[in-house]
Design a protein around this ligand. Structure first.
Ligand SMILES: [Fe+2]
Length: 228
């Protein structure tokens, strides 16, 4: 864990990353138009996404990307997403896949919330600050990447000071926030979590894939409620 990305930084990967970021910005803008209640935070994330310098690669490229047990679902979750509204995001993610370095919140590694959780949970940073987990590109203001959960996995109540957007790339997941209730969110839905609002996620019978974006306090990891 905590190693860096082995690849050189070929122009093709920068091109794919730019394409991914353009698609992501478009998805955020479209979501803002469709849900006025979260238009302001989505607009701010879209602005920050637009400002990312895709050529600002990760400084240390000597070590191979990390893989985790949950990566066994990567190909199938992408296959399941083909044909949906976020197709440009999915195709870019498929191409970025070999460069993704997977990691886990150290708080969860110390105190896993369930016996199989660490085999069915992981995230990979695509763009993030230089002092965070390895990413493909560096940005000091924003962290974004993918969250992958195995089928039936419950990612229990947690909170963090960062402002967060999730963007669903699968359709069976259930999401909970604040006072609840649990709600199933369709494919290509933006979900906003204000700083320190408790939230949770459950995968359905198939793996769950979502993009996440953080701004604000990027250094403080999420804390599960049982740890408080
Ligand atoms: Fe979160």
């Amino acid at each position: 864990m905590g190693q860096s990305i082995a690849h050189s930084d070929p122009p093709e990967r920068r091109t794919i990353l730019r394409r991914f970021l353009i698609a992501l910005e478009g998805a955020l803008v479209a979501s803002a138009a469709g849900d006025k209640s979260i238009a302001a935070p989505l607009g701010e994330f879209a602005r920050l996404t637009r400002s990312i310098d895709a050529t600002d690669g990760w400084p240390d490229r000597k070590v191979s990307p990390e893989r985790l047990p949950v990566c066994r679902f990567w190909e199938s979750v992408l296959d399941a997403a083909v044909g949906g509204p976020p197709e440009p995001l999915i195709s870019a993610l498929r191409q970025l896949g070999p460069s993704l370095s997977w990691t886990q919140n150290p708080n969860y590694r110390r105190h896993p919330p369930g016996p199989g959780f660490l085999d069915n949970y992981g995230y990979a940073v695509i763009v993030g600050p230089a002092d965070g987990p390895p990413a493909i590109a560096v940005d000091p203001q924003l962290a974004l990447g993918v969250l992958l959960l195995g089928p039936g996995t419950h990612y229990p109540r947690h909170e963090h000071p960062a402002i967060e957007i999730y963007y669903t790339l699968t359709s069976e997941g259930e999401w909970w926030m604040g006072a609840g209730p649990w709600r199933r969110e369709p494919l290509a839905t933006a979900i906003y979590h204000a700083p320190n609002v408790p939230h949770a996620t459950r995968a359905g019978s198939s793996p769950l894939l979502a993009l996440y974006l953080w701004r604000g306090d990027l250094a403080t990891h999420a804390t599960l409620f049982p740890d408080r």
